[in-house]
Write a protein of this length. Structure first.
Ligand SMILES: [Zn+2]
Length: 287
């Protein structure tokens, strides 16, 4: 009797776990995360002279390009974020888009760089047709990885996406926003085509849901996304250039585990929405 009870007590939760796992795995986002954790770049060979850069066999030349750019990219991120990396970031470079997509936690080939589980993933596109974007995209992704290294995944998801992307675009000198100019973004803001300045992130937009909602229908599908990245980058630049001590106070508060809203208050004695209004009223020529 006791044995049957024991079996029941063990078997019922076990069945729930198995059913729960099956349900979870049927969700694409969970499946991609599991695939990503299964394919961490740490398991790939590293360059003999740079243990941070791991590569899929066949991508060794790509890995050497990345290693050559890495010291400057790291220095840039540390200078703007105001803190050293919590620990060295693994960078995975891939020879095939299939391997890149399987590893990057999104099963995505549309983004040429992804940060997932504290690692940076770079698409083979950055070694081929889009090689001129490599420096900026590497720096952009390292900005995300630097934040994740200090505050962890959960606190990172809670930061608003516009802030994380704007910071990364600013740090990288426009990485991720290359195809929309500042002038085009300013004109869009004047027409009311603006990003939403929320004070927190959520799981819904953790996969990079930043986009300008109201844009002309004749634009290509990537336009509202890249426009949003450009606007976010310009706003981040405004925040840093208009008041450097406030920006540094805000960054330190984020690294110390405060919520984004708290960090903005600590930095600027203001809120993000009000700062956005000041940004759009500012004159870009007076910088
Ligand atoms: Zn990004």
């Amino acid at each position: 009797m006791r044995r049957r009870l024991f079996r029941l007590v063990i078997a019922a939760p076990l069945a729930l776990i198995v059913v729960g796992a099956a349900v979870a795995l049927s969700l694409p986002a969970v499946r991609h995360t599991v695939a990503g954790l299964w394919n961490l770049p740490d398991r790939l060979p590293a360059l003999p002279d740079n243990s941070q850069v791991h590569y899929q066999p066949g991508a060794e030349d790509f890995a050497r390009d990345v290693a050559a750019l890495l010291p400057d990219a790291i220095a840039r991120v540390e200078a703007v974020h105001g803190r050293r990396f919590a620990h060295p970031v693994t960078v995975g470079v891939y020879a095939t888009t299939q391997a890149y997509a399987a590893a990057n936690g999104l099963d995505s080939t549309s983004a040429v760089g992804v940060t997932f589980a504290g690692r940076v993933y770079l698409s083979p596109q950055l070694f081929r047709r889009q090689h001129q974007r490599l420096r900026a995209i590497l720096t952009h992704e390292l900005s995300h990885a630097h934040l994740q290294g200090w505050i962890g995944q959960i606190a990172y998801i809670r930061l608003p996406t516009w802030f994380k992307e704007g910071l990364a675009v600013m740090v990288s000198g426009g990485g991720g926003a290359e195809f929309v100019s500042e002038e085009q973004a300013r004109a869009a803001i004047r027409r009311g085509e603006q990003i939403v300045i929320d004070e927190a992130g959520s799981l819904d937009n953790a996969g990079g849901g930043l986009r300008v909602g109201r844009t002309p229908a004749d634009k290509p599908p990537w336009y509202p996304v890249v426009l949003a990245y450009r606007q976010a980058g310009m706003f981040a630049t405004y925040l840093r250039e208009s008041d450097r001590p406030a920006f540094d106070r805000m960054m330190n508060a984020i690294f110390d585990g405060r919520t984004f809203a708290q960090a903005v208050t600590i930095g600027y004695h203001d809120d993000a929405q009000s700062l956005w209004q000041k940004f759009i009223a500012s004159n870009p020529d007076r910088k």
